[in-house]
Design a binder for this molecule. Structure first.
Ligand SMILES: Cc1cc2nc3c(=O)[nH]c(=O)nc-3n(C[C@H](O)[C@H](O)[C@H](O)COP(=O)(O)OP(=O)(O)OC[C@H]3O[C@@H](n4cnc5c(N)ncnc54)[C@H](O)[C@@H]3O)c2cc1C
Length: 264
């Protein structure tokens, strides 16, 4: 056993102050990843600063097509949001595919994005939707936020407070889930908006979530599932593990991209 100090923050400023004063503290939100990591002794923070009771970082706002989701919003609330479904149903569908009901009622969008697990669903949506990650001190474009396996642009005690994006004209998500965990063995989010087509892949990249630019070009010319058939996916930069080889994931990227476009 080891001792951990628990703090319940009631504002973002208080959370930042508590973490800055801790020896080796960590924010905890849904705890779905962090608590499991602590149980496995892969992390042993001196202090846990709980973000779940900060009202300003919870909830969903949709103004026209501008969607803002508080970082401490649980996956179940995104999945069931009528306001988001009216403008971007693909994101509700994605949230509804995360884990199981327990995970969806505890895990948060901010925790998922901050964790940047290479098989997590939300990072692909953030990239494809060209989302902005809003923190207590700046706004970071998704293209600049995800930096590799479990790596992000977050610094020190920086807190994600919300994520925001303009809902695209059309979007779709398809994933091939690991049958045990439901994490993506490969997931593809496709969005078509004013800025063109963006395609983001999770679960398959050896360096985490990435944009599939060849598919973006093919779909910009012809937004139909058949358009990705002619794209060659190089397995060289893909993940090989006990679940699937890189070649298998390369094929899954094409199959999931076709399904995502059909869903869009
Ligand atoms: C059985 C199981 C199945 C799962 N299946 C899936 C799945 O299919 N798809 C999927 O995408 N995910 C899946 N997950 C992960 C789940 O979505 C988690 O909710 C998510 O990864 C982490 O969110 P959390 O709120 O629990 O974060 P926590 O575990 O509390 O924190 C994770 C990390 O993020 C940091 N953090 C949390 N909030 C913030 C913030 N606002 N600002 C800055 N840093 C922050 C913490 O310090 C910590 O380092 C699964 C988890 C489990 C246990």
């Amino acid at each position: 056993m080891y001792a951990t100090n628990y703090h319940r923050a009631s504002s973002v400023d208080e959370a930042v102050r508590l973490l800055s004063n801790a020896d080796e503290g960590k924010y905890v939100s849904g705890g779905m990843t962090l608590i499991a990591t602590m149980k496995q002794r892969l992390a042993s923070p001196s202090d846990l600063v709980d973000l779940r009771h900060i009202p300003s970082i919870k909830g969903i706002r949709v103004d026209g097509r501008r969607v803002t989701i508080g970082a401490a919003t649980i996956h179940a609330d995104v999945a069931s949001s009528a306001a988001i479904r009216a403008v971007c149903p693909a994101l509700c569908d994605l949230a509804g595919m995360i884990g199981d009901p327990h995970v969806r009622h505890m895990g948060t969008i901010g925790g998922s994005v901050a964790n940047n697990d290479p098989a997590a669903d939300y990072p692909s949506a953030m990239l494809a939707l060209n989302a902005t990650i809003v923190t207590d001190r700046r706004q970071i474009a998704a293209d600049d936020f995800f930096r590799g396996l479990f790596e992000t642009a977050l610094e020190g005690a920086e807190i994600i407070t919300s994520i925001a994006f303009d809902a695209p004209e059309r979007a779709g998500y398809a994933k091939f889930p690991n049958p045990a965990s439901r994490y993506a063995m490969t997931g593809v989010f496709v969005a078509k908006g004013a800025g063109g087509v963006r395609v983001a892949v999770t679960g398959a990249g050896a360096d985490g979530v990435f944009r599939q630019t060849e598919m973006e070009q093919a779909l910009a010319a012809n937004f139909l599932p058949e358009a990705v058939a002619g794209v060659t996916v190089d397995p060289g930069a893909l993940l090989s593990d006990l679940h699937a080889t890189a070649e298998y994931r390369a094929n899954l990227i094409k199959v999931m991209a076709k399904r995502a476009v059909a869903a869009a």
